[in-house]
Design a protein around this ligand. Sequence first.
Ligand code: PEP
Ligand code: MN
Length: 335
Amino acid sequence: MVVVLKPNPDKEKLDSLVSWLKSKNISIHAVTGESKVILGLIGDTSTLDIGMLHALDIVEDVKRVKEPYKNANRQFHPEDTVIKVANTQIGGGTLTLMAGPCSVETEDQIVGIAKAVKAAGATILRGGSFKPRTSPYSFQGLGAEGLELLKIARRETGLPIITEIMEISQLPLFDDVDVIQVGTRNMQNFNLLKELGKQKKPVMIKRGMSATYEELLMSAEYVMSEGNENVILCERGIRTFETYTRNTLDLAAIPVLKKLTHFPIIIDPSHATGKSALVSDLAIAAVAAGADGVMVEVHNDPPKAWCDGAQSIRPETFTELARKALALHEFMKTL
Ligand code: PEP
Ligand code: MN
């Protein structure tokens, strides 16, 4: 349930409303917007009398929220969430370009790619160190050593880093990472999500390859329910009957999620298509559809990449992509 307060509510009346709700075992998530304060009520609100709440003179409106996700719901939090990451931000009208290799391989590789994508306009460096691979015989990532190489690349370029966590036991290693990524295969690892909710670092949750929007939002709710409000959502393609592309990019996720939730939405056209030739066009389409950013796999020598070479674009291609994406984003502000 959402209770919208009238501007400048009487403090005593507000305190007594809050303590009455608490006495009914209802927890309250207050959001102060530009003009209004909204109380999001979580718990069993079925016994609350809407008419009675409406009648209070500090209350402007009361709405039942039927969706199971509450904190993640746009009704609880009408304004967009903006996530601060080092000296940049995700959401709030900016276009975030996350770029880098599928996996960190060597210091030269990650530092070289980091410099190239930074020069092209990337704002965040990506690179996997703990890799969830379909085959146990494939390269599994450099692990802790890869995280150190990412930090070297950050030092050399100033770019904040995003990298994937696969299990709770790895969390202490992520102390000095800027954004923690939860991959498609872990979107419903609820224990991991809860742990990530107990810390404050931004968490980017990739949509499970067969997850509905509601399931994705419930995963965000897990993180938020433990107190971490720094959540970013990423659409990276879903499984359909089509086999030409690795997955099918669901661009409808952008307007749908913008309506349902307040989190920034990032699109990953690399894992969505599996084909480097398709990445730039879909990145541009994502910007046109209102995405807050894109995440793209970039490799200096894709045929020799240790992982996902077929979908990795070269730095020169990324430079063109970034130029077009940033120009389109600026242009859209004038429409
Ligand atoms: C990745 O971004 O490196 C990755 C493994 O992506 P996904 O979880 O979307 O497959
Ligand atoms: Mn990859």
